[in-house]
Design a protein around this ligand. Structure first.
Ligand SMILES: C[S@@+](CC[C@H](N)C(=O)[O-])C[C@H]1O[C@@H](n2cnc3c(N)ncnc32)[C@H](O)[C@@H]1O
Length: 261
């Protein structure tokens, strides 16, 4: 699946404002604790996660299947290693010496088989994970419109399409699925809410167009809804962040939620 770099740039400020600050700080601390640590960013795009984590003295390896996005990332993150690879072949991703695997806006593209395989690979290597900004299915608009629920239902159905990562995507369920899979493998997992909070502007317009398009493909009639949504004064799009540390093996490993919207 390919992504427009302009879309990634448009969403970047909202992503940065949304990231759970405590989990972001945990990711940074995980890297700063060991000199010359290696971090691997999966589905790196133009390098947004590296810029957000902003940890000095860290070696970054940025992996994506889109060479054009990685070329931009290389300009923006001097010194980072870039790897063009298809994450569908997760078994080919080298985790040796990787202290922290990161990702943002990636998990919701993946299916259960891929998320299980990722949990297996992380656990086998004893690698920590910081995965931010996975869509969680919650859409909220002001003012409300009678079509909101039907459009959200159709949009969320659309999110389950196959994106080439382990079968039909888990979409809004992906982050919690991976959190549970890691907890079962002995990880201490923390979840944080990271909703976009959007005022009127280009990102809100593009998002409403995207949601209307996807919901239409999933069978909803969105024309009246999209027209009415031109008057939207506030929008919220739910996301979840995960930070997970290995080494707390227990049959009763817990998944805890650490922040509220
Ligand atoms: C929504 S974008 C997020 C990009 C970046 N992490 C960010 O937050 O701006 C998803 C990224 O995953 C990459 N991606 C999707 N499917 C992939 C695959 N099968 N193999 C490698 N990268 C993939 C895309 O090229 C894109 O850069």
């Amino acid at each position: 699946m390919s992504f427009d770099p302009d879309w990634l740039d448009l969403r970047a400020p909202a992503d940065d404002a949304a990231r759970d600050p405590w989990l972001l700080a945990s990711a940074r601390a995980c890297l700063l604790g060991s000199p010359d640590a290696l971090a691997l960013d999966l589905g790196a795009g133009t390098g947004a996660t590296v810029r957000a984590v902003a940890a000095s003295g860290v070696r970054w390896r940025l992996l994506d299947h889109d060479p054009e996005l990685l070329a931009r990332a290389a300009e923006r993150v001097p010194g980072a290693e870039t790897v063009v690879a298809d994450l569908a072949r997760l078994d080919c991703v080298d985790l040796s010496d990787v202290r922290l695997v990161t990702a943002s806006a990636l998990l919701d593209l993946a299916g259960a088989a891929w998320l299980d395989a990722l949990a297996d690979r992380l656990a086998a290597a004893g690698t920590a994970l910081y995965a931010a900004l996975s869509y969680d299915g919650r859409l909220d608009w002001t003012p409300a419109h009678p079509g909101d629920a039907a459009v959200a239902l159709a949009f969320n159905r659309h999110q389950h399409g196959d994106k080439g990562l382990g079968g039909p995507a888990l979409g809004p369920d992906a982050a919690r699925y991976l959190a549970a899979a890691l907890a079962r493998r002995g990880y201490r997992v923390r979840l944080g809410l990271s909703p976009w909070r959007l005022a009127p502007g280009p990102l809100l317009d593009a998002l409403l167009d995207g949601i209307a398009g996807a919901a239409t493909e999933a069978g909803a009639d969105t024309s009246a809804w999209r027209q009415a949504r031109a008057a939207t004064t506030f929008g919220s799009v739910g996301h979840l962040d995960i930070f997970a540390l290995p080494g707390f093996a227990s049959a009763q490993s817990k998944t805890t939620s650490v922040s509220s919207p």
